[in-house]
Every structure is written in structure tokens, then in C-alpha cells.
Design a protein around this ligand. Sequence first.
Ligand code: WTA
Length: 707
Amino acid sequence: PLQCDRKRRFRVRKSLGRSRPLQLCSCTHVHQADRDTHSLAEQSYPVPREYFTRVQNHHFKDMEQYKRLYERSIQQPEEFWSDMAKQVLSWKQLWENQVCSYNFDIEKGPIFCEWFKGGKLNACYNCVDRHVEAGYGDQVAYYAEGNEESADIRSYTYRELLDSIERLASALKVRGVKKGDVVAIYMPNIPELAIAMLACARIGAVHSVVFGGFSAESLANRLIDAKSRILITCDGYRRGEKIVALKAVADAAAELARENMGYELVQHKIVYQKLDPKQNFVSMESHMDEWWHEVLSTAKPHCDIEWMDAEDALFVLYTSGSTGRPKGIVHTTGGYLLYAAITHRYAFNYHPGDVYFCTADCGWITGHSYVVYGPLVNRATQVIFEGVPTYPDATRLWKISAKYNVNQLYTAPTLIRSLMRYGEAYVKNSQRDSLTLLATVGEPINPEAWKWFSREVGENRCPIVDTWWQTETGGHMILPPPVQGFIQKPGSAGVPFFGIVPVVVNEKGEELSGECEGYLCIKKPWPGMLRTVLGDHSRMESTYFKPFRGFYMSGDGCKRDKDGYYWLTGRVDDVINVSGHRIGTAEVESALIAHGSVAEAAVVPVPHDIKGQGIYAYVTLRQGEEPSEELRKALKHAVREHIGAICTPDVIHWAPALPKTRSGKIMRRILRKIAELGPKVTPSDLGDTSTLSEPQVVELLVSYHGK
Ligand code: WTA
């Protein structure tokens, strides 16, 4: 059995960064909070019996039936997916003869993957129109819970949703939006964000949602990359006690885009009014800014559907990688929609009538797949939450759950850990009888948080569905199915979903069998996978298919145990996972370097009790610059301005020099170790330092710890 000591973890990282025999530890958990990680991890919990007595509807009778279907999905993928596609989606026209064609081998030709090519459908029609046509127009699609507890509560039925979508879609057309154009959306997590996405889908425009916490510069980069001429935004919103002036940021981004392109890139802004104008004055430029309510009230109430090829793009969503700027991940209409829908249906055992609540923001992939597309295809009734789980206090989520009788709750480990800190009383004070299933995403859930979630929130009667997946995968890939007879293991994401063939490979790209540890790759295509990186297909090929020939490389390390369960061990590239958000170290470094006083910067992850990982930045100043508290603040501010608040470094460590190899490469493993252990670090912790060009740098760096 693996021992969870920090030395071991260090060796793991080292071996991943360099060519050494792989030895991964199964533990990426938050060490300080989790001394008993491994003893807990060895425990296993059957999906609670009470779940089957309390919940009447189940998609699967037992694990035998589930396994048979999994086998079929692997042995006869074309038949399996063809049946699913016909059962779950409404098609204007079925696909031509082939369900799927693909190439995963870069040496044989370009990487590609196509599903249901030639089939015609529309995502908005599948999410909304058909439910209204079938007589469910009065069913609530979204209960919108705003920032304030008692005010700011709204709901949208499927018919109301359709009405707004059609009007907005007509308005977009009038403003020149055509099939294939990329429309940028920069909004808080309100139903209008979903409406904007679906209005694009209705007319075949590709939406590019930018998380409302990103800066003007980040938004501008995305506007420029996708050449978005239309931006749908909002005046501002309240987040806890704070007011976020979103329109001002959107204006600044449009201005940056204009400067960069040399012409007015953004020609229209449609601005949803969320705040009282007395609280947040926004300036509207007459030639390009329009209020959403005015646009909708004057728009044609009906808008024809654009029937799309299954392989036409549905959206682009930017995500961070280890190098360069964020990549625009492109998902297509047929495969993505099907995959989001069936994963939502089976992972959460969702049936119409259940009330489902996902706490994710639509600015991330989880919101795309599990607040918008998946649940709406399944005719779900959901809660969409704009506020923060600790405002006005830490009972907020449980109060919402009681208020709307939420059945399935989907959230993130970081949020669970932050609520754990407030203590059980906040949970106990609320009524959670309606909850039947709990689920998580974003990072490995440490067993301590798993148990707390199960015991305190779920009263030991709810399955805990820990879903592993990525922006690129479109939907869940590995999860513990909430099916009778499945044994859950806290800390493991469980087993592959239908159609998914994960493989664990070693440094050389050789597939390992049985119990093993290595890089997590996927061997066969699945409908929800990314098709390309916007404007740069070779980046898609080199990022995902070059590392190991013939496989999609996830960027995560993992361990597979004797029962075939997967244990994710975290990113193996230069991506930091802060509260479940992917942050590229290169992006933070370039934001720091952009500050005139910085000569060089290196950013590494550091374990963090609540966030999972924190951001630790080493900064070398230019000659003549002196370290100071003001400068530290200014640097943090610079990162916020360049990228957004989620990327703010937790620590800035002044570095007279950085440890480098003779060829000038920064030795990040040494930086990680110093970040993690601080002044207690010993030479033996640092492993092999013989390739350092100036070994004395290490000692100097350690001496600057905490300064
Ligand atoms: C991590 C979020 C372990 C992983 C849907 C992955 C997880 C990255 C889990 C993708 C999980 C997500 N267990 N790790 N259940 N879920 N991750 O693109 O490192 O924002 O590669 O998609 O988050 O993050 P992304």
C-alpha cells in the first residue's frame, strides 16, 4: 500500500517532470486537513440502501444491468450511440451511414473525430421548443436565486424561456449575426446567461461565454481571438456585499479590442439591467449599446430555427493550458449535446420532476454542460444561483435546497471544505430532507470532505457522485454510478462512463494493465470530445495527441486499483487547480512580468487547505527595484487586472535569483518544494540538484522565505 508522506509526493512530481520510472502516490489530497486520507481511502461504502427506498425512479435495476450496457457501449459503440442519439435527442434529419469516424494517430494523418455527420438538429430546439410543443410549457425550467435571500427571486417556465430566446435570437439576426459567427457573452450567473447561449444556438451562432470574474484584458483577448462583433453583457451585479461593475469592464475590453485590431471590433453590446441605476451608473454609448429589455420588447417574437449539421460548432470556451494563451475549445452540436444529456441523466439519476441544483457558474464548462445543455435536454427543473454560498451566511446552500426542495445537488470539493470550516451547526440548522443525491466536480475530493458531505449534508442516505472530466471532454468521463450494488470509495472518481475507454500509460506511452499508476489517457473517441482549438488545429493535435501516440492525453496523473477504480492524482503539466479552476502558470507569470519592476517570475502550486492548491509566485526584481509591501500589493493587483481575481497569487516570494539548469531552464520542482516546506526544507527534500548552474541560489531563496 502507498504511504502518504510528503517525500513520496515529491518523488512523484519529479518523476513526472523527467524521464524516470513512474511511481505515483494516490494522494493529491489536502494534507494538512487530511491526516487520515489513506486509512479512509481504503474504506468503501455501498451506495446507501435508503437511496433505493426513498427514490422511486431508477434508470438501472442494478450494477449487472449497468455493466451489461457499459460492455455494449464498448463492444458495439456505433449501435449504442445510435440508439442513444435517437432516444435522447430530436433530429430534423438522421445522420448518413456512419455514426463515428476518427483518427487518433498523429502519424497517420490529421487528428479528427466526427459523430452523426450529416444529421440535422438544433440544440435550442432540443432544450426548449420540443418540451413546449409536448405540453410542458408551464413547467419551471429555472428558479433563479439571486444574491439577496428574500428579494431577487425569479423563475422561468419553459414557455417563458422560449419567448425570451426567440426575441433575443431575432434581435441578434437583425444586428447581422449569421450562422458560424462567434457571439461573446459576459454575464453573471443568471438565467439570461442561459437565454443568451440558447439564442445563439437557435440561429447557429457560436457562443463564447467568458466568466464574469475575468478582467477586461482577458475578455479582450477572447473577443479578438474569436473576432466577436457582438457582446452580450450586464450592467453589474452584487456578489455578497460587493457590487461588480461588469459593463465598465466590458467597455474597457471593447476598447482594448479596438486598439488591438485598429478598428471597432465590437459593434453591438446588449446590456441586461440587473442593478438599480442609482446604485451603479452605466454609460451607454448610443451607437452601439442597447438595453436588453428594450431590445427584447421591440424584437420579433418568433425566430426560425437554423437546422445545424451535427458537426457544426455549438460553442467555444477558453481554458488554460501549460503554455501560451488560453485555448478556445470547440464543441459541436450533435455529439456534445447527446453526451451532456446522457451523462446528466445517468450520473445524477435524473428524471423530469426532480429539482436539480448545480452551483457552477455558466462561465465554466460545468455550467455549460450541467446548468444549460444537459439538464434542459432532459427537461429538468433547476435552481440557478447567482450569489455566494457564504452570503448572508454559511447556511445559504442548505436554505436554498430546502426552499426549492432540491433533490440532486452538484457542487465542488473546495466549497465543501470551505463550509466544513464553519462547522456542522450551519448544516444542522437547515432541513435537507429533499436531497437524495450529492455530487462533486473540479478536483479530487479528499476523503475527509467526502465523509463530511455524506454524513453531515446527506445524512448517510445519499450517494456521492465524484465526477472526473474536463472542458475538453464535454461531459463526465469517470464517475461512481448511483446504482444499486455499486461500492463507492471516497477519494476515487470510480469507473468509466458508457463508451469511455480510459488507459493508463507510462512515460513511454505504453499502456499499463491491471493495477497501475501513470498518465490518464483515453483510447477511443466519445461524442462529447473537443473537435479542435479555435483557429489552431495543430495546437489541439500537439497538446492532446502528441504526448502519447494514439491516445487523447488528459493532462492528469492517475492510479488504477485492483477493482478497476480510478484515483486522480492531479495535473502533470503546468496547470494549477485553484478551487477547481484551471490556471496556467505561464499566464500568471506573464502578468507579473508585464509589471515594469519585474525581471523574471516563476509560478508554482502550493497545497492549500480550502482551495486545494494555491498560487505561489517567485519574483525577481529588475536592478534598482527594492522589495516592499506596496510592490507586493501592486503585483497582486497587476495579476488581477491582467487576468482576473481568481488568479491572484497567494504568496509572492522575492527571489534574488531562480534555480536554473545550465541550459537556463527553471527547476520548478525545487520551487514547488520550497513553497511547500518553507524554511524547513532540507537538501534531501530537494533531491538531485547536481544539474543546477548555481547551487547556492537555493539557500538564498530559502533565506527569503516569509520576507
Ligand atoms: C480536474 C472541469 C479529480 C482535473 C470539469 C482535470 C478533477 C481538470 C475532477 C479539468 C475530479 C476535474 N477529480 N480531478 N472529480 N474534476 N478535475 O477543464 O485535473 O475546468 O484535468 O473542467 O480539473 O478542469 P476543467
